[in-house]
Write a protein that binds this ligand. Sequence first.
Ligand code: DGL
Length: 277
Amino acid sequence: MRIGIFDSGIGGLTTLVACLRYLPDEEYFFFADNANAPYGDRDPGQVRYWTEKAYEQFLAKSVDAVVLACNSATSAAAGTLREHSRKVPVIGIEPAIKKALAAGDGRILLLATELTARGQKLQKLLQGLPGGTDRVDVLACPGLAEIVERQDHQWRKQAGQYWQQHVARAIGAEIRGIVLGCTHYCWLVGDIEQWTGSGCQVFDGNDGVARQLYRQVMGREAPLPGKLPARVRLHFSFSDIAQEKKSLVVRLLASHGMTVEDTCMETDPGPCMRLAR
Ligand code: DGL
Protein backbone atom coordinates (compact mmCIF):
# COMPACT_ATOMS: atom_id res chain seq x y z
CA MET A 1 0.00 0.00 0.00
CA ARG A 2 1.15 3.56 -0.74
CA ILE A 3 0.53 6.38 1.72
CA GLY A 4 1.10 10.09 1.13
CA ILE A 5 1.99 12.28 4.11
CA PHE A 6 1.95 16.06 3.83
CA ASP A 7 3.15 18.94 5.97
CA SER A 8 4.84 22.29 5.58
CA GLY A 9 8.01 20.81 7.08
CA ILE A 10 9.47 18.27 9.45
CA GLY A 11 6.53 18.35 11.87
CA GLY A 12 4.81 15.79 9.68
CA LEU A 13 7.60 13.31 10.36
CA THR A 14 6.23 12.92 13.89
CA THR A 15 2.95 11.82 12.30
CA LEU A 16 4.82 9.44 10.02
CA VAL A 17 6.47 7.87 13.07
CA ALA A 18 3.04 7.33 14.67
CA CYS A 19 1.72 5.73 11.46
CA LEU A 20 4.71 3.37 11.34
CA ARG A 21 3.65 1.89 14.66
CA TYR A 22 0.47 0.61 13.03
CA LEU A 23 1.49 0.21 9.39
CA PRO A 24 5.23 -0.49 9.42
CA ASP A 25 5.56 -2.15 6.03
CA GLU A 26 3.75 0.26 3.74
CA GLU A 27 5.43 2.51 1.21
CA TYR A 28 5.34 6.13 2.38
CA PHE A 29 5.56 9.30 0.29
CA PHE A 30 6.40 12.27 2.49
CA PHE A 31 6.17 15.74 1.02
CA ALA A 32 6.96 18.96 2.87
CA ASP A 33 6.14 22.29 1.27
CA ASN A 34 8.82 24.13 3.21
CA ALA A 35 9.18 26.74 0.44
CA ASN A 36 5.82 28.12 1.57
CA ALA A 37 6.23 27.58 5.31
CA PRO A 38 5.14 28.62 7.83
CA TYR A 39 1.63 27.63 6.87
CA GLY A 40 0.40 28.85 10.23
CA ASP A 41 1.06 32.47 9.24
CA ARG A 42 -0.53 32.21 5.81
CA ASP A 43 -3.96 32.94 4.48
CA PRO A 44 -6.22 29.84 4.74
CA GLY A 45 -7.21 30.13 1.05
CA GLN A 46 -3.55 30.00 0.06
CA VAL A 47 -2.87 26.99 2.30
CA ARG A 48 -5.94 25.29 0.83
CA TYR A 49 -4.54 25.82 -2.65
CA TRP A 50 -1.12 24.38 -1.76
CA THR A 51 -2.68 21.44 0.03
CA GLU A 52 -4.93 20.65 -2.92
CA LYS A 53 -1.89 20.76 -5.21
CA ALA A 54 -0.02 18.39 -2.95
CA TYR A 55 -3.01 16.06 -2.90
CA GLU A 56 -3.04 15.98 -6.71
CA GLN A 57 0.66 15.20 -6.76
CA PHE A 58 0.11 12.34 -4.35
CA LEU A 59 -2.62 11.00 -6.64
CA ALA A 60 -0.07 10.99 -9.45
CA LYS A 61 2.01 8.68 -7.24
CA SER A 62 -0.98 6.32 -6.98
CA VAL A 63 -1.27 6.56 -3.24
CA ASP A 64 -4.08 4.75 -1.42
CA ALA A 65 -4.56 7.45 1.23
CA VAL A 66 -3.32 10.95 2.01
CA VAL A 67 -2.52 12.04 5.54
CA LEU A 68 -2.54 15.76 6.25
CA ALA A 69 0.14 15.74 8.92
CA CYS A 70 -0.39 19.43 9.50
CA ASN A 71 -3.08 20.97 11.68
CA SER A 72 -2.99 24.19 9.66
CA ALA A 73 -3.50 22.36 6.33
CA THR A 74 -6.24 20.26 7.90
CA SER A 75 -7.97 23.37 9.21
CA ALA A 76 -7.77 25.12 5.84
CA ALA A 77 -8.27 22.27 3.40
CA ALA A 78 -9.51 18.95 4.78
CA GLY A 79 -13.21 19.81 4.41
CA THR A 80 -13.06 20.97 0.79
CA LEU A 81 -10.65 18.20 -0.18
CA ARG A 82 -13.05 15.60 1.15
CA GLU A 83 -15.99 17.26 -0.61
CA HIS A 84 -14.37 17.55 -4.01
CA SER A 85 -11.77 14.82 -4.21
CA ARG A 86 -13.21 11.47 -3.46
CA LYS A 87 -10.49 9.49 -5.16
CA VAL A 88 -8.53 8.46 -2.09
CA PRO A 89 -9.31 9.08 1.57
CA VAL A 90 -7.93 12.19 3.23
CA ILE A 91 -7.01 11.76 6.88
CA GLY A 92 -6.53 15.06 8.66
CA ILE A 93 -5.00 15.74 12.06
CA GLU A 94 -6.97 17.34 14.85
CA PRO A 95 -5.73 18.67 18.17
CA ALA A 96 -6.28 15.93 20.77
CA ILE A 97 -8.60 18.10 22.88
CA LYS A 98 -11.18 15.37 23.44
CA LYS A 99 -8.53 13.07 24.87
CA ALA A 100 -7.14 15.85 27.06
CA LEU A 101 -10.58 16.77 28.43
CA ALA A 102 -11.36 13.13 29.12
CA ALA A 103 -8.09 12.61 31.00
CA GLY A 104 -9.29 14.50 34.08
CA ASP A 105 -10.51 17.74 35.57
CA GLY A 106 -8.85 21.10 35.24
CA ARG A 107 -8.16 23.37 32.34
CA ILE A 108 -6.48 22.54 29.07
CA LEU A 109 -4.11 24.76 27.14
CA LEU A 110 -4.08 24.27 23.38
CA LEU A 111 -0.99 25.47 21.54
CA ALA A 112 -1.42 25.97 17.81
CA THR A 113 -0.49 28.12 14.87
CA GLU A 114 -2.41 31.34 14.23
CA LEU A 115 -4.22 29.71 11.32
CA THR A 116 -5.40 26.76 13.41
CA ALA A 117 -6.19 28.89 16.46
CA ARG A 118 -8.38 31.26 14.43
CA GLY A 119 -9.93 28.62 12.19
CA GLN A 120 -13.60 27.70 12.16
CA LYS A 121 -12.65 24.06 12.35
CA LEU A 122 -11.27 24.53 15.84
CA GLN A 123 -14.32 26.53 16.94
CA LYS A 124 -16.58 23.72 15.77
CA LEU A 125 -14.45 21.13 17.51
CA LEU A 126 -14.55 23.07 20.79
CA GLN A 127 -18.29 23.67 20.56
CA GLY A 128 -18.94 19.99 19.93
CA LEU A 129 -17.09 18.78 23.02
CA PRO A 130 -18.43 18.89 26.58
CA GLY A 131 -16.15 21.37 28.33
CA GLY A 132 -14.67 22.44 24.99
CA THR A 133 -15.68 26.09 25.26
CA ASP A 134 -15.24 26.58 29.01
CA ARG A 135 -12.24 24.40 29.92
CA VAL A 136 -9.91 25.05 26.99
CA ASP A 137 -7.61 28.05 26.57
CA VAL A 138 -6.18 28.56 23.10
CA LEU A 139 -2.75 30.11 22.62
CA ALA A 140 -1.38 30.86 19.16
CA CYS A 141 2.39 30.40 18.99
CA PRO A 142 3.64 32.27 15.92
CA GLY A 143 7.30 31.58 15.27
CA LEU A 144 7.58 28.36 17.27
CA ALA A 145 7.24 26.01 14.28
CA GLU A 146 10.03 27.90 12.51
CA ILE A 147 12.35 27.43 15.49
CA VAL A 148 11.64 23.68 15.45
CA GLU A 149 12.08 23.49 11.69
CA ARG A 150 15.60 24.93 11.95
CA GLN A 151 17.03 21.97 13.91
CA ASP A 152 20.39 23.73 14.17
CA HIS A 153 22.53 23.65 17.32
CA GLN A 154 20.52 26.53 18.82
CA TRP A 155 16.95 25.43 18.18
CA ARG A 156 16.25 23.70 21.49
CA LYS A 157 17.64 26.58 23.48
CA GLN A 158 15.61 29.03 21.41
CA ALA A 159 12.48 26.93 21.86
CA GLY A 160 13.09 27.05 25.63
CA GLN A 161 13.41 30.84 25.52
CA TYR A 162 10.26 31.09 23.42
CA TRP A 163 8.47 28.94 25.98
CA GLN A 164 9.57 31.11 28.89
CA GLN A 165 8.68 34.36 27.15
CA HIS A 166 5.50 33.38 25.41
CA VAL A 167 3.93 30.21 26.81
CA ALA A 168 4.92 29.80 30.47
CA ARG A 169 2.72 32.65 31.70
CA ALA A 170 -0.36 30.98 30.17
CA ILE A 171 0.17 27.89 32.32
CA GLY A 172 -1.51 28.62 35.61
CA ALA A 173 -1.94 26.03 38.37
CA GLU A 174 -5.35 25.08 37.01
CA ILE A 175 -3.89 23.89 33.67
CA ARG A 176 -3.75 20.08 33.81
CA GLY A 177 -3.14 19.32 30.17
CA ILE A 178 -1.33 20.81 27.20
CA VAL A 179 -2.46 19.91 23.71
CA LEU A 180 0.08 20.25 20.92
CA GLY A 181 -2.00 21.52 18.01
CA CYS A 182 0.87 21.74 15.53
CA THR A 183 2.90 18.73 14.46
CA HIS A 184 6.13 20.70 14.69
CA TYR A 185 5.65 21.09 18.45
CA CYS A 186 5.69 17.29 18.79
CA TRP A 187 9.47 17.36 18.37
CA LEU A 188 9.45 19.16 21.74
CA VAL A 189 7.30 16.70 23.71
CA GLY A 190 10.10 15.66 26.08
CA ASP A 191 11.16 19.27 26.68
CA ILE A 192 7.58 20.44 27.26
CA GLU A 193 7.02 17.66 29.78
CA GLN A 194 10.09 18.89 31.63
CA TRP A 195 9.17 22.57 31.40
CA THR A 196 5.67 21.98 32.70
CA GLY A 197 6.35 19.36 35.38
CA SER A 198 4.41 16.26 36.35
CA GLY A 199 1.09 17.99 37.18
CA CYS A 200 0.48 18.61 33.51
CA GLN A 201 -0.01 15.98 30.82
CA VAL A 202 0.98 16.58 27.20
CA PHE A 203 -1.24 15.38 24.33
CA ASP A 204 -0.96 15.34 20.56
CA GLY A 205 -3.10 14.12 17.69
CA ASN A 206 -0.61 11.80 16.00
CA ASP A 207 -1.83 8.53 17.47
CA GLY A 208 -5.42 9.41 16.54
CA VAL A 209 -4.41 10.08 12.93
CA ALA A 210 -2.46 6.85 12.72
CA ARG A 211 -5.41 4.85 14.05
CA GLN A 212 -7.77 6.59 11.65
CA LEU A 213 -5.40 5.86 8.76
CA TYR A 214 -5.31 2.19 9.76
CA ARG A 215 -9.12 2.07 9.91
CA GLN A 216 -9.45 3.68 6.50
CA VAL A 217 -6.96 1.54 4.64
CA MET A 218 -7.43 -1.77 6.47
CA GLY A 219 -11.19 -1.53 7.00
CA ARG A 220 -11.03 -2.51 10.65
CA GLU A 221 -10.13 -1.05 14.03
CA ALA A 222 -6.46 -0.45 14.68
CA PRO A 223 -4.70 -2.91 16.97
CA LEU A 224 -2.42 -1.77 19.78
CA PRO A 225 0.56 0.14 18.43
CA GLY A 226 3.54 -2.04 17.62
CA LYS A 227 7.29 -1.51 17.63
CA LEU A 228 8.80 0.80 15.08
CA PRO A 229 10.41 -1.00 12.14
CA ALA A 230 14.19 -0.92 11.70
CA ARG A 231 13.83 0.10 8.06
CA VAL A 232 11.31 2.45 6.48
CA ARG A 233 10.16 2.43 2.88
CA LEU A 234 10.11 6.17 2.43
CA HIS A 235 10.21 8.51 -0.56
CA PHE A 236 10.50 12.06 0.54
CA SER A 237 10.75 15.45 -1.01
CA PHE A 238 10.80 19.08 0.07
CA SER A 239 9.89 22.08 -2.06
CA ASP A 240 13.01 23.94 -0.88
CA ILE A 241 16.61 23.14 0.19
CA ALA A 242 15.92 19.46 -0.41
CA GLN A 243 19.54 18.35 -0.04
CA GLU A 244 19.85 19.98 3.35
CA LYS A 245 16.62 18.33 4.46
CA LYS A 246 17.74 14.91 3.24
CA SER A 247 20.30 14.45 5.99
CA LEU A 248 17.89 15.94 8.51
CA VAL A 249 15.15 13.41 7.71
CA VAL A 250 17.65 10.57 7.96
CA ARG A 251 18.91 11.91 11.30
CA LEU A 252 15.43 12.44 12.75
CA LEU A 253 14.25 8.97 11.81
CA ALA A 254 17.52 7.55 13.13
CA SER A 255 16.70 9.19 16.47
CA HIS A 256 13.77 6.74 16.55
CA GLY A 257 16.07 3.85 15.60
CA MET A 258 14.99 3.69 11.96
CA THR A 259 16.92 3.64 8.71
CA VAL A 260 15.47 4.90 5.46
CA GLU A 261 15.82 2.38 2.65
CA ASP A 262 18.29 4.00 0.29
CA THR A 263 16.69 2.58 -2.78
CA CYS A 264 13.49 4.40 -1.95
CA MET A 265 15.01 7.77 -1.28
CA GLU A 266 13.84 10.64 -3.40
CA THR A 267 15.70 13.67 -2.27
CA ASP A 268 15.00 16.08 -5.09
CA PRO A 269 11.51 17.39 -5.45
CA GLY A 270 11.00 16.04 -8.94
CA PRO A 271 8.53 17.65 -11.32
CA CYS A 272 5.93 15.29 -9.99
CA MET A 273 6.05 16.66 -6.45
CA ARG A 274 7.04 20.23 -7.15
CA LEU A 275 4.24 22.63 -6.49
CA ALA A 276 3.12 24.87 -9.29
CA ARG A 277 3.33 28.43 -8.01
N1 DGL B 1 3.12 21.57 11.19
C1 DGL B 1 2.12 22.52 10.87
C2 DGL B 1 0.87 22.30 11.74
O1 DGL B 1 0.67 21.22 12.27
C3 DGL B 1 2.41 23.98 10.92
C4 DGL B 1 3.75 24.53 10.74
C5 DGL B 1 3.72 25.82 9.95
O2 DGL B 1 3.23 26.86 10.46
O3 DGL B 1 4.15 25.74 8.81
O4 DGL B 1 0.07 23.19 11.88
